[in-house]
Write a protein of this length. Sequence first.
Length: 254
Amino acid sequence: MPGSLEGQHAVVTGGGSGIGAAIAAVLQQQGARVTLLGRGEQRLAATANELEAQYAVADVTVSTEVQQAFKSAAERQGPVSILVNNAGAAEARPFHKMDEDFWQFMLNVNLNGVYLCTRAVIEPMLTARYGRIINIASTAAQHGYAYVSAYSAAKHGVIGLTRSLALEYARKGITVNAVCPGYTDTDIVANSVENIVKATGRSAEEALADLVKSNPQGRLIDPAEVADTVLWLCRKESSSITGQSISIAGGEVM
């Protein structure tokens, strides 16, 4: 459906690379005006230039920066009708070695950032009686994994927020959904493999095999697969899909 998002303004957080960049590309291809939002200006600018999109620099955990970024984005490209909360951080640490600062950091990036960005767009969406909010969660939001308890707890919170907002705005023309990828071919997974190699002395191939064994298909997810699911949820024809947590994980979660 070429041009299915004509007239829509989409903000993609964490849009400079990986899953966020793939999502931004497919939304732009379908006619949306796209704003990338994130902390690293150099990477954002490069991706925005490649896509002929706009970008705004902000830390999603800082309320004032989020508010200013969404204000400037709306001034440049109109009210935000699509929000993709993709920004996040995934780090592993044994629970008994986890200090409060680490715990709070993981909650701030992965859960509070979703709250702040959603709060920035919800009133304009209510005024328009239309909106699409897609939260990029994780299979760690659907079941636990050892050594990532803080990340998993935050992502479980994203699912709870998704379900609650979907019910709250069900009759307001706004849908709220979560997309839950398994291990995906991104820098985050590459860094995880590198950390496993350093910690265990195993080869990169062995470390990667250990990660993907949870996927029944035995492979990493392609960011484009996540992006296509987001695109489907953004379409007007998907207006009855809300409150869902859609797994993109080769059958890992059923």
